[in-house]
Design a protein around this ligand. Structure first.
Ligand code: GLC
Ligand code: CA
Length: 545
């Protein structure tokens, strides 16, 4: 157990997300596993990260790649077993890495013991662990939609009732109104804390307090009451980090979640900078052009709004999102430069940075044929849109741009068969660019994206200003540069990034010569033309006050 005083270690930590099925396969079945992760702990220590967030490895029918849990206290055999998990926690500790588990508390799998019982009869003690409405077949309780398409209600003829599911039909929502459900979950969380985990990522946590009759999914009225209760009964026992996934978070809501008094969570993932391509009333697949000015606005206002009143998480990528170098960067001619620029931009801000596996290599989106996709969300959408008459090329454009499988292709370790990910047949195709983009090529290369990430992580540990400096956006209306300043009592830091692929002049005039250049993604800056920035050039200047 970790009992003891909270240290907020996560404020100067960098966290690395592993999507286990795509990280490293140790036994040749084509699926990444816990022993594969253990084999790569040296790699992670070398990068310098402090903790690993593991996407779910619990027992699961894998309808949504583990986000459908059938036993919270066991490991799915495709990943290993509980002994492997304990070994991973212990081995990681030796590398100074903490393990963060991904808790899916909004819903379970329909193959969880609780749901199997719940479905037996209305009087079953577990019935009320889920959300049911009496009804008639074909007459839905209301028109709420599920995250992966179709209605949020599923008919169970034996009971003449519908159950509520915000995601797939195999992910029935848990009923948080039932105190027994909450107690069961807290007991389970404490069991993991006692095993020495370093924290938890909480899947769609802002959806647990749903009120289906009122059409409320996110931010239900009892949400923060539930979080406070859970936190005091579990998280506050240990020196652990907690990060909630909160698609519906505004800064005001995020300040409640990440209140410095520690009554709720350490921080949340907010998505305002991620959903800039979403249009009101349309689906995520209906792409809209990205606005650079909006990106600057959104990121900087989150920096300001949470300053000393909450805590930000910093991320570009995760297992649900496209690869950032393909999205905001340039994944062809300037892949290396733009990937580094995006890294600099994010790691200079206040908050806890998250690196998603392969981001540190500049891995890119994949552009497969539909047969090669595996993601339930992508496949459901493909069928739906085909049925609705969309053209194949329209559908595939959306998939190539933002399908979740873009981030789920196997980690590219080296240039051997299957990128060194597996000796077997990978569960999803390896991105064919692995011969050019892989870890083996980058680890010892001073000019690689990997080394850039490693350097940024080390800088964050060396200078306090990364943790506590106040943020100020510079050149807010400039269409080319993303520039900002950080400042605390003794130090100043400037981060200046040319966001585009043309050489440009930065209009910020400061005594750059007198400052220390902590980092630049190009080897040389010409002294007499210090304000000229090459394509995607990014610099970090530092000085004492
Ligand atoms: C979260 C996860 C996503 C999953 C969904 C349902 O958004 O990140 O991968 O499909 O929740 O659990
Ligand atoms: Ca395996």
């Amino acid at each position: 157990m970790n009992e003891g005083k909270k240290t907020d270690w996560w404020k100067n930590a960098v966290i690395y997300q592993i999507y286990p099925r795509s990280f490293k396969d140790s036994n040749g079945d084509g699926i990444g596993d816990l022993n594969g992760i253990i084999q790569k702990l040296d790699y992670l220590e070398n990068l310098g990260i402090d903790a690993v967030w593991l996407s779910p490895v619990f027992k699961s029918p894998q309808d949504d790649n583990g986000y459908d849990i059938s036993d919270y206290q066991d490991i799915d055999p495709i990943f290993g077993n509980l002994d492997d998990m304990e070994r991973l926690i212990q081995e990681a500790k030796k590398h100074n890495i903490r393990i963060i588990m991904d808790l899916v508390l909004n819903h379970s799998s329909d193959e969880h013991r609780w749901f199997i019982e719940a479905k037996k009869s209305k009087d079953n003690p577990y019935h009320n662990y889920y959300i049911w409405r009496d009804g008639e077949e074909g007459v839905l309780p209301n028109n709420m939609k599920a995250g992966f398409g179709g209605s949020a209600w599923e008919w169970v003829p034996e009971l003449k009732q519908y159950y509520f599911h915000q995601f797939s039909v195999k992910q029935p929502d848990l009923n948080w109104e039932n105190p027994k459900v909450r107690e069961e979950l807290y007991t389970m969380i404490n069991w993991w804390i006692d095993k020495g985990v370093g924290g938890f990522r909480l899947d769609v946590i802002d959806q647990i307090a749903k009120e289906p009759d009122k059409n409320i999914k996110e931010n239900g009225p009892r949400l923060h009451e539930f979080i406070k209760e859970m936190s005091s009964k579990t998280f506050q026992r240990g020196d652990i980090v907690t990060v909630g996934e909160a698609w519906g978070a505004t800064p005001e809501i995020a300040r409640m979640f990440s209140n410095p008094d520690g009554s709720e969570l350490s921080m949340v993932f907010q998505f305002e900078h991620i959903i800039l391509d979403r249009q009101e009333g349309k689906e995520k697949w209906d792409l809209a052009p990205l606005s650079f000015i909006k990106l600057k606005k959104v990121l900087s206002y989150w920096q300001q709004e949470l300053f000393q009143r909450g805590w930000n998480s910093l991320f570009w990528d995760n297992h649900d999102l496209p690869r950032v170098v393909s999205y905001w960067g340039n994944d062809t001619e300037y892949r290396v430069q733009s990937a580094k620029m995006l890294a600099v931009l994010l790691h200079g801000m206040q908050g806890t940075p998250y690196i998603y596996q392969g981001e540190e290599l500049g891995m890119t989106n994949a552009a497969y044929e539909i047969e090669d996709y595996r993601d339930i969300e992508t496949l459901n959408m493909y069928k739906e849109r085909k049925g609705a008459g969309y053209s194949e090329s329209d559908i595939m454009d959306s998939i190539h741009a933002i399908s979740r499988d873009n981030a789920r292709t196997p980690m590219q370790w080296d240039s051997s068969a299957n990128a060194g990910f597996t000796h077997g047949k990978p569960w999803i195709k390896v991105n064919p660019n692995y011969k050019k983009i892989n870890a083996a090529d980058q680890i010892d290369n001073p000019d690689s994206i990997f080394t850039c990430y490693k350097t940024l992580i080390a800088l964050r540990k060396k200078y306090n200003i990364f943790v506590d400096g106040q943020f100020e956006l510079l050149l807010p209306d400039d269409n080319t540069f993303f520039a900002y300043k950080r400042q605390n009592q003794n130090e100043k830091l400037y981060v200046i990034c040319n966001f585009y692929d043309e050489t440009a002049i930065c209009k910020l005039d400061k005594d750059w010569e007198k400052m220390e250049l902590l980092y630049c993604n190009y080897k040389e800056i010409s002294k007499d033309k210090i304000n000229i920035y090459k394509p995607y050039e990014a610099r970090v200047y530092y000085c004492h006050i």
